[in-house]
Design a protein around this ligand. Sequence first.
Ligand code: PLP
Length: 229
Amino acid sequence: MCKFALMGIVQNLQKVQSSIPHSVTLVAVSKTKPDQDIMACYEVGQRVFGENKVQELSGKYERLPKDIQWHMIGHLQTNKVKYIAPFVSLIHGVDSFKLLVEINKQAIKNNRIIPVLLQFHIAQEETKFGLSLEEAKSIITSTDFEKLKNVELQGVMGMASYTENEAQVAKEFGILKDIFDDLKQQANLSSRFQTISMGMSGDYQIAIKQGSNMIRVGSTIFGNRNYDV
Ligand SMILES: *Cc1c(COP(=O)(O)O)cnc(C)c1O
């Protein structure tokens, strides 16, 4: 039974892969899922996985192959940056200058440069984290930002409203694309400011149409998550 379940995961993964352009990076969101589910994807070539809890991410990093690129996609608390700084490939949800400073500090300790994305508030819902364009600009143009040599700002990330209204979702992703284009004009950003992380299981096709080049897909690959266990 277990074997068939894993085959199903691989089929789901391959279905998503074949439905997106090669230019779009697929982050397989494995939060709450066991190591064996990740390994099933790994064995067919998937290398980029996303997690949203520091402890779970660190545990999986310790146990699983070291050529996996781990993305932190959840809200990151300043006091937990140190646990993932040695290995994390990309931090998606950066929404304050304070967090950037801490990531820079821990990156220096680990003698590396940590790539990050700024998270923007594009949804109508109140609950989602994220910056406004004005807040991001004031961070990026500050002289303090230039001193953060060990963080590399590689792009933007956002989540659309959780709604059936596809026009609304498309509009919100369009806002993030516009924010990306606007920020890209800022003189002091690196040439590697190229990533637009938007789109999840329910809306990644819409996101790609709006210019996404990195999607974060969990339940469509791994099945629904059960938070009760
Ligand atoms: C859980 C999560 C996803 C994946 O969600 P699915 O709907 O299962 O694809 C994507 N992005 C973030 C930030 C998440 O927390």
